[in-house]
Design a binder for this molecule. Structure first.
Ligand SMILES: Nc1nc2c(ncn2[C@@H]2O[C@H](COP(=O)(O)OP(=O)(O)O)[C@@H](O)[C@H]2O)c(=O)[nH]1
Ligand SMILES: [Mg+2]
Length: 255
């Protein structure tokens, strides 16, 4: 501790949160991987403390019980239970609202990338003074060819409609300085939320840095976010929020 009660680290606290719906096979693995990465960051003095947050979106398997047990054993683990399934956007809003750190990572439970990438992302954020560090997949074909094509066109659409040059906008690696949420207020309840975050933040003038990672598709359980309903939901929210997003004026000077 320094004289003013802070740790002297670059970031006082890193919050990592996972939206989880029926992830009993991943709860422990996801938290273990996060702990290892946080240990490296603590040792390097990049962060002074960390917390790991599970947003249980009304899971019907044993995810809630496993999460509660781990939280009872580890004071750095917190669990928020939704009373009803609110979908990805709802869970992500809960995650950002619960996070108490000045640095926040949102990612998925199924470990789509090696958590050892996190210390590198924090380093990039510091060295380039970015507000968001977002990862893209070097090779997305592991999620299936049809979905790879959807993903490609979704990124093209977001670029065309909103002028945001994101290489892999829906990939679940968004490291954010908490201060962006002084101005970014998310509204999506569904899977448009990733795009909404990036569109709002960059239009407000916040700087986003992107870096590539190897992608590892889930090896346990089933992917639940590529159904026609999810895709239609994205398009509906995009249409509903279009006017709102187009009205955003910068609050940060880009020099
Ligand atoms: N909050 C919430 N999260 C979900 C839901 N369905 C899936 N997820 C979470 O979203 C993340 C990605 O899910 P996944 O099925 O791997 O989708 P994919 O990676 O897009 O194929 C995981 O952390 C899931 O637990 C849901 O209905 N609500
Ligand atoms: Mg996945």
């Amino acid at each position: 501790m320094t004289a003013d009660g802070t740790t002297g680290a670059t970031f006082e606290k890193l919050s990592i949160f996972y939206p989880m719906w029926n992830e009993e096979e991943y709860v422990e693995r996801a938290l273990d991987a996060a702990r290892r990465a946080c240990r490296t960051l603590l040792d390097r003095g990049d962060i002074g403390d960390y917390e790991l947050i599970i947003v249980d979106d009304a899971s019907t398997d044993s995810t809630p019980q496993i999460a509660d047990r781990i939280a009872a054993e580890d004071p750095r683990v917190r669990v928020v239970h939704h009373a009803r399934n609110r979908k990805l956007g709802g869970a992500i809003k809960t995650g950002f609202a619960t996070a108490s750190g000045d640095l926040i990572l949102y990612t998925d439970a199924d470990l789509p990338f090696d958590m050892a990438e996190l210390p590198r992302a924090v380093r990039l954020m510091i060295d380039y003074d970015a507000d968001i560090v977002s990862a893209y997949r070097f090779d997305r074909t592991g999620e299936g060819y049809l979905r790879t094509i959807y993903t490609f066109w979704y990124n093209v659409l977001i670029r065309g409609l909103f002028g945001v040059k994101a290489r892999d906008i829906n990939f679940a690696f968004k490291l954010c300085r908490a201060r962006i949420f002084d101005h970014v207020e998310l509204r999506s309840e569904g899977s448009f939320i990733d795009a909404e975050l990036v569109i709002r933040a960059t239009r407000l003038g916040y700087e986003m840095l992107q870096f590539g990672v190897d992608y590892f598709p889930r090896t346990r359980g089933e992917s639940t976010l590529s159904s026609p309903g999810v895709i239609l939901g994205i398009l509906r929210e995009m249409r509903e929020l279009r006017g709102d997003l187009d009205g955003i004026e910068p609050v940060v000077d880009r020099r």
